[in-house]
Design a protein around this ligand. Sequence first.
Ligand code: PRX
Length: 653
Amino acid sequence: MTDSEATIDALLSEGRVFEPSEAFRRQALWSDPSIYERAASDPEAFWAREAGRLSWFEPWGDVLRWDPPWVKWFLGGKLNVAHNCLDRHVEAGGGDKVAFHWEGEPGDRRSLTYRELLEEVCRLANGMKSLGVRKGDRVAIYLGMIPELPVAMLACARLGAPHSVVFGGFSAEALRDRINDAEAKVLITADGGYRRGQEVPLKRNADEALRGCPSIEHVVTVRRTGGDHPFVEGRDVWYADLVGDQPAECPAEPMDSEDMLYILYTSGTTGKPKGIVHTTGGYLTGCSTTHRAIFDIHDDDVYWCAADIGWVTGHSYIVYGPLANHTTGIIYEGAPDWPDKDRLWSIAERYGATILYTAPTAIRSFMRWGEEYPQKHDLSSLRLLGSVGEPINPEAWVWYWKHIGGERCPVVDTWWQTETGHILITPLPGITRLKPGSATRPFPGIEAEVYDEQGRPVPPGGGGYLVLKRPWPGQFRTIYKDPERYVETYFSRYGKETYLAGDGAKRDEDGYFWLLGRIDDVMNVAGHRISTYEVESALVDNERVAEAAVVARSDERVGQAIVAFVTLKSGQTGDRVVAGELREHVAKVIGKIARPHGIIFTDDLPKTRSGKIMRRLLRDVAEGRALGDVTTLANEEIVEQIRGMSTEASSQE
Ligand code: PRX
């Protein structure tokens, strides 16, 4: 039995099954399991009922038009996303409720009510109009986690100008590519942002990017860090000067349900980022419904999604879903270990957070830092926890449940993608019996399956490809300016009606889904299909290991050989004996076939700024190749260190 199985078994034997507690179930918004059958019997009626919770200027006709692989939802309906997120709550008397508690990394704080947020959005929308922004124009946004970021997104939504938010950690080059692909007319940025006590030079990067961006006519700069910045006459304007005299009222543009709300770039298998296009009515229906049901949103909740708004998680679950549901949220600007490793817990305590939604990578960092950090704070306000972004290994799940959730908060492991717009596979916390490490079941109205190469459903226990078999309202409508790539990447393998998610998965005998990582991360070792994730999970299950990343190296003998990059917990030293022990541990957990051929101990793993491990670089190191593009790395220095060690590892076998 593995360490985490032993932990879970011990918990189960104490009677701690992960059933929703009676207390949770009693107060949950969704607690009747028949919702699954009801939604499955008529998914369109299910989603139409949910769409009816929004405010529409004009009603829709048909709920769905499906011309595979193209979809449209709520045809002919007219609405505005900013109006749904702000005006209607203020009009209903909810203007004094806090929309966001914001905390800057240096410790400055600001709370914005729904009324204040509405007024700020209107002022900026009017300012943007004065710069010539009209419905349909694209606006690029390159900001850190400050209140002006959601303000800018909502101002765009109000005018019907699709935004393209570029994560503040991206380089000038990445920003330039994205601005040019979208042909954005205006860029909204800041002089700088704070991260780990340092200033992120946003305006400097923007200026560098803009040397090659002919479409940009104006740059709006928020003053955050201060200091002098070169301004281009006629192009540049300070945010405060632009909004200062503007009226706090601005009509919300009636948008067609299928009008574009935003573009968000995400990486695919090739180098060129894909512009994922999301639209209005279906997207807002999907985000608000899933947010409300999965996070069980009540009026007095203080909800904290600790992602960055620059990624889809922040778009859907910091900005659009929560605001549509009139929720109070928390936004924190900086690093979780600044000035110390208890920063998140001090914020959660200060605002009385009731719900926390974060990523397994973050959870594993918290584990590595130790439970003494959360223990310094009163986290008893928390009642629900969420996880997103990667498969969560059971050990991290149990740690999160125990040390952050105090063994009383359900953990919802939510599977989705930039492309899907909102969560699709997830527990419902008042209904679902949880299994640590499983995202459990498709959300009501969603039909998912695991297929083999031939497109046959894989029996329980077997691995295959995750597919979605019918449309859902928030799905992306195309890749910006590249509809062929949309069809080719997602709708060619099993035909135009079946969405290929690009993830491996298996189902268990209860029908639960277990995500196995990207299909491009699946290794084939001596004819056996092994997910890098399964090996990583086995390694992390060992008590010495903090984090692990596994890649395949081509090998004459077995086709692909497994190389594991391992970060040990503090106080542990990596040597041949420990390497041998870890190899045996993996053999014990999965089978000898999965035993890593080489183990490389490293202080850290190369990660993107969103915290994803860059396996592509690790594969380059494992194969002894020149490294590919490292521009999206958050910690470049670690690559050199790992490269130096790779020889050692190869000789280990
Ligand atoms: O591999 C899956 C993984 O993240 C991918 C989507 O990444 P992105 O578009 O950046 O969106 C991340 C936030 C939704 C998926 O193809 N992924 C996301 N959530 C999970 C997950 N893998 C396993 N379990 C999850 N809960």
